[in-house]
Design a protein around this ligand. Structure first.
Ligand SMILES: CC(=O)N[C@H]1[C@@H](OP(=O)(O)OP(=O)(O)OC[C@H]2O[C@@H](n3ccc(=O)[nH]c3=O)[C@H](O)[C@@H]2O)O[C@H](CO)[C@@H](O)[C@@H]1O[C@H](C)C(=O)N[C@@H](C)C(=O)N[C@H](CCC(=O)O)C(=O)O
Ligand SMILES: Nc1ncnc2c1ncn2[C@@H]1O[C@H](COP(=O)(O)OP(=O)(O)OP(=O)(O)O)[C@@H](O)[C@H]1O
Length: 496
């Protein structure tokens, strides 16, 4: 593609060279440069991509896009832009032929519930064999083939290439999770969204956003990029704020919730350990639905999906079938072992709000004790400390025994993570045992459990690795549980 076409719609200054040469590829990583690449230099959080311009040129880059002045005597073209990440989004969309214009794209944002809601929506589309793609934490699914993503919302270049793949494969509906990082770092700029969904907002990622207001404003950006509908959780404090903020936007505003002040709402709720049934009320009709996950959170997640499907033209029977067909979402309230009232559940709850909702949902149904295994994935900032204190407070309140361990400590000091969590646990008078090794923590929880207990392993959900320092170690919680159960049985022949 011609360099000038790739830059269409972008404000830039040519510092040297010309733009009528063919560009074979675009990249923002010098290690991926090939002959006649366009290299976009990004000022990162860890390193400055501008330091790699020389090596990009040596590797064959013929056009450099940068946000800091640069000159070269190696015959390359140098383009200066105000913001490289934003420019990358424009360039990527152009390079792949602006594929989002040819998709019905649903963006979902919020602290929790994005993945679960996406799987409900996909299941509804699957009922009528309408091709549907997903992009999110679990990965990208195109034509039911799953590939891994580096991030929940990939960088714009990868994102636009995924959209291109979808269009080429005649998959014209896509639902993607849009993280606040993605909105702040322009990964989804120049993407056309038809529908936006807001689930909720509770403290998380405050190392990036500094405070809730900033976090909220980052999330709110999505709803100014939509053309058809903005679908908002009416039960959430920030959802209500968003409704006020969006009243003048061009997309139709739709709310969902637990009473008739919302457009799509649930009544006759019947909560059980393994499912909840309710009546869904829409502006035209109502229908009974059974969602195969417990608690209010899955009522709300399924309502978001129902609202999305209803305004996408699906009839209520198809919607019902779609919701009821979802029996398992990888690492979301996944019962990995069960024997009468004894259960072991793996769940991705990794924020204070999610943990509180998980434990309070389960509590009324547990005949014995709740034994919780958890760690806190947050850096060593003040916000990270608050997260550790908050999660331990919730654990102390709801669990009968907590096994405090590590989640993905990455390069954060494990001693600080453990000691802050323990400090809060002591302050809140929780009963606990601390074990740095997560596998040992799970094994200990299983070995301690009795007949009517429920063991909950929170924080890593679908993840299949643990990241300690720079090492990514294979880690499969389901396998660890099954193995520990076998050992327990071999030792005792049955659960005590
Ligand atoms: C904080 C954050 O979002 N960081 C993202 C950011 O990384 P960065 O700014 O640190 O990049 P960097 O390493 O400093 O590199 C700067 C530039 O130099 C380039 N480089 C680097 C080395 C080299 O030899 N040559 C070279 O050209 C890099 O390719 C890059 O373009 O830009 C990178 C490229 O797009 C992202 O991969 C990276 O995501 C990291 C992996 C990450 O962990 N992100 C998380 C926090 C994230 O985005 N999470 C959200 C939320 C998930 C949720 O909801 O829970 C998500 O959407 O996943
Ligand atoms: N509506 C909700 N409100 C609060 N917590 C929820 C809600 N839905 C799910 N959760 C909890 O959050 C965890 C993660 O859910 P899910 O994967 O759907 O969220 P997500 O928004 O995709 O998360 P992430 O951005 O971290 O990938 C679940 O395992 C559950 O414990």
């Amino acid at each position: 593609m011609l360099g000038s076409l790739i830059l269409e719609g972008l404000k830039f200054e040519v510092l040297q060279g010309q733009l009528n040469q063919e560009i074979n590829s675009v990249t923002y990583d010098s290690r991926e440069v090939k002959n006649d690449s366009m290299f976009v230099a990004i000022t990162g959080y860890t390193v400055d991509g501008h330091h790699f311009i020389e090596s990009a040129i040596d590797a064959g880059a013929s056009v450099i896009v940068c946000e800091k002045p640069f000159t070269s005597d190696k015959g390359v073209t140098v383009i200066k832009v105000d913001n490289s990440r934003k420019a990358l989004a424009r360039i990527s969309s152009n390079f792949y032929g602006n594929p989002s214009e040819n998709l019905k794209l649903i963006g979902i944002t919020g602290t929790n519930g994005k993945t679960s809601t996406s799987y409900f929506v996909k299941s509804i589309f699957d009922q009528s064999n309408r091709p549907f793609a997903l992009i999110g934490t679990i990965g990208t699914v195109i034509n039911n083939e799953l590939t891994k993503n580096d991030n929940t919302t990939p960088e714009s270049l990868r994102l636009q290439s995924l959209f291109r793949q979808m269009v080429d494969a005649d998959v014209d509906n896509c639902m993607m999770e849009v993280s606040s990082h993605a909105l702040s770092l322009d990964r989804v700029s120049y993407t056309d969204f038809n529908i936006g969904i807001f689930t909720n907002l509770t403290p998380d990622h405050l190392e990036l956003h500094k405070n809730m207001e900033e976090y909220f404003l980052a999330k709110a950006k999505l709803f100014k990029m939509t053309s058809d509908y903005n679908i908002i959780n009416n039960e959430d404090y920030y959802g209500k704020k968003l409704v006020e903020m969006l009243e003048k936007e061009k997309a139709n505003l739709i709310t969902y919730g637990l009473d008739d002040s919302a457009d799509i709402y649930a009544t006759n709720l019947d909560y059980n350990f393994n499912y909840t049934s309710y009546t869904v009320n829409t502006p035209s009709e109502k229908i009974e639905v059974k969602v195969n996950f417990p608690g209010e959170i899955y009522v709300l997640n399924s309502l978001a999906a129902i609202a999305c499907a209803y305004y996408s033209g699906f009839d209520l029977e198809t919607i019902k079938k779609g919701i009821e067909s979802v029996t398992n979402i990888n690492g979301r309230f996944e019962v990995v072992y069960e024997e009468d009232d004894f259960k072991v559940i793996v769940d991705f709850a990794h924020t204070e709000d999610a943990l509180q909702k998980l434990l309070s949902t389960v509590r009324p149904f547990v005949k014995g004790r709740i034994i919780l295994v958890f760690g806190v994935y947050a850096d060593l900032s003040k916000q990270g400390t608050e997260k550790r204190f908050g999660m331990a407070r919730v654990a102390a309140e709801y669990a009968d025994l907590s096994i405090i361990t590590l989640d993905n400590p990455k390069n954060n000091n494990p001693e600080t993570i453990m000691s802050e969590t323990i400090e809060s646990m002591n302050k809140n008078k929780g009963k606990y045992k601390a074990l740095y090794n997560r596998q040992e923590a799970i094994e200990y929880a299983i070995s301690e459990s009795n007949k009517n207990d429920v063991v909950i392993i929170a924080g890593k959900g679908h993840e299949r690795t643990q990241i300690i320092g720079d090492r990514e170690i294979p880690f499969n919680e389901k396998e660890i549980v099954l193995h520990a159960m076998e050992e327990k049985k071999a030792n005792a022949h049955s659960i005590k």
